[in-house]
Structure formats: C-alpha cells, structure tokens
Write a protein that binds this ligand. Structure first.
Ligand code: HSE
Length: 312
C-alpha cells in the first residue's frame, strides 16, 4: 500500500473470555467490525475528520481517542512525520462486550502500518493497539486486542511479560451474537467479580480452560462444548444481564456447542458447527430477550481466521 495516499481497513469484533478463560482467552468474528479510512495530508498533524455510527459519543480529539492513539504512538516510535486524516466507521455498538474499542485501536495501527508500507509483524503492532485500549478502559487487557489483531482464537499466556499464543481455530465454527439493549459498564462487571476463589472452584475452572484449549487444538467440538463452563465470572455477572440464563438456555436448545457472556457483557455469544444453526441460535436468543421485553440486535458469522484486512 506504500505509495497510495489512502487506505481502508476492516478490523473485527471480538469475544473475550470465551466463558472460562477470564482475561486470557478471546477470538475474533467476521461480523461485526469497524472500518477506518486513513488519508495522508500535507501537514504534520493527526486529525480525526469524522466518526460515523457512534451517535456522537466518541471524542474527535486525537489525543484521547482509541483509534488515533495507536497511530500517534506508532509514528512517534518509528520517527515518522506524516500528517494523517482519520475517518472511522463504527459498525458495532459501544460498551457492548464486543471489543469495540479494541477493533478501532487495531484498525488504526494496522492501517498506518500498511499505508506507510512498514509491514511490521502483529507482535510488533500489538503494544500500539494496547495503548488505545488503555485510553478506552483504563486497563490494557489483551483479550480483545490480541484476537482482533491476530485473528482466530488466542491465549494471553502471560501479561508480564506479555506472551500471546495463537490457538487453532476449527474450520466450520460459527458464532452467534446477541446484543441486548441494556447497559453494563465494564467497571461494574469487574467490580462484581469475587476477590477470592475457593480451591474447588479454581480446579473446575482451570480444568475447563485446559479442556477448551485442547478441544480447539483438536477441533473436538464435543470437548469444546463440555469445557465452555464458567464457574467464576458468569455466576457473578449473570445478574447484570436480565434474562441471561434463559437466553443462554435458548442458544443451547437451538443447537449451540456452548454459550456465555461476551467479554464483560451485556452481549451473549454462542458457538455452533453450521451457519444454519448459527442463524437459528441468533433468532432464539433475540426471541428470549424479546419475551422479557428487551430489544436486541444479532450478528452471525464464521469465526474470523485472519484479523484486520485492507479493503482498498
Ligand atoms: N476480560 C475482560 C472482562 C474483557 O471480562 O472484564 C473486557 O475488557
């Protein structure tokens, strides 16, 4: 892309935690996602020209926006003086548990890298994307940013030092997402978590995390489903999402391999082994929310394998 004056990039939404993997597991989906258009200008300034689809909620100040911070830090790090104009198209709800801020951060760093032709590795781009996430949530979780940038399933093996491990993404795995029209702040969802975990609970949880990873590596959908049990975060957070258990049950009844809270919620995700089932599961989850008077939107796609892509 170096030589071109502008670039359009898509970056995918992500499901953090994947039930039992609180703060350490995540995967990307093909739909929804954010798009960014980055244009070179003849100034030395980074400007956010417009943000579409956020209802005016996001700041246009480049020093405080999750899309521009990674761009600024990237230019600083590599000593590049290049004016850029950013246009961001938000195609997903904010604060939904779908990794909205992570998608914008990844779109920003990936776009500037490709536009300027530096072609850094995802490992080199990750710290810049995490800077954007830090601005958005006050904490640099990698369980949205890393799968968004790497694509597929990833494990955050360690935060200090940061070690990201790619996990096999089984072929033919689909994700259904439902975003109910209720607000859950990540801060409240984190405050709801237990400070200590009884040993027996921890044993159940780490057995499930290991089972889920092995299930993914072996494309063993049965093992994946049996392992998608969260005995730590889900019981503490379910009460923040009205109807959570009936929506989850509706997904399993419609054929889901497993289901749970997407990130810190309120969105709920379900995995399945066919597009047909994934569509039925999404409909069932939306119907379960409707039954208790809550509107929602749904998204269905194959689990993403490639992370951000250049669209033009
Ligand atoms: N792992 C995080 C959580 C994801 O569940 O709070 C949201 O940043």
């Amino acid at each position: 892309m170096a030589g071109s004056d502008s670039i359009r990039v898509f970056a995918p939404a992500t499901v953090a935690n994947v039930t039992c993997g609180f703060d350490v597991l995540g995967f990307a989906v093909n739909n929804p996602g954010d798009e960014i258009v980055l244009r070179k200008t003849n100034t030395d300034k980074i400007v956010i020209k417009a943000i579409h689809g956020d209802g005016g909620r996001l700041t246009l100040d480049p020093n405080f926006n999750t899309v521009s911070i990674p761009v600024i830090k990237y230019l600083e790090k590599y000593g590049i003086k290049q004016g850029l104009e950013i246009e961001l198209f938000k195609h997903m709800p904010l604060g939904s548990g779908l990794g909205s801020s992570a998608a914008s951060s990844v779109a920003g760093v990936f776009a500037v890298d490709k536009l300027l032709g530096l072609n850094k590795t995802v490992e080199e781009m990750l710290p810049f994307a995490m800077e954007g996430e830090l601005i958005a949530c006050g904490a640099a979780h990698a369980d949205n940013v890393a799968p968004c940038l790497y694509g597929g399933f990833v494990l955050v093996r360690s935060y200090n030092p940061l070690e990201i491990v790619r996990i096999n993404t089984p072929k033919g795995m689909y994700c259904s997402l439902v975003h109910p029209h209720v607000e859950v702040q990540t801060k409240d969802a984190r405050n709801a978590l237990p400070k200590e975990i009884p040993l027996g609970t921890a044993v159940t949880q780490w057995g499930n995390v290991a089972g889920l990873v092995v299930g993914l590596m072996k494309s063993d959908f049965g093992l994946i489903g049996r392992s998608m049990q969260d005995v730590v975060a889900e019981p503490a957070r379910a009460g923040l999402i009205p109807g959570f258990y009936s929506v989850k049950e509706s997904a399993l009844h419609a054929g889901a391999i497993g289901a749970g809270i997407s990130g810190s919620g309120p969105s709920i995700f379900a995995l399945s082994d066919s597009l047909d089932k994934a569509n039925k599961i999404a409909e069932a989850m939306a119907a379960a929310f409707k039954k208790i008077g809550i509107g929602s939107e749904t998204y269905v796609s194959e689990v993403n394998h490639q992370g951000p892509v250049v669209m033009g």
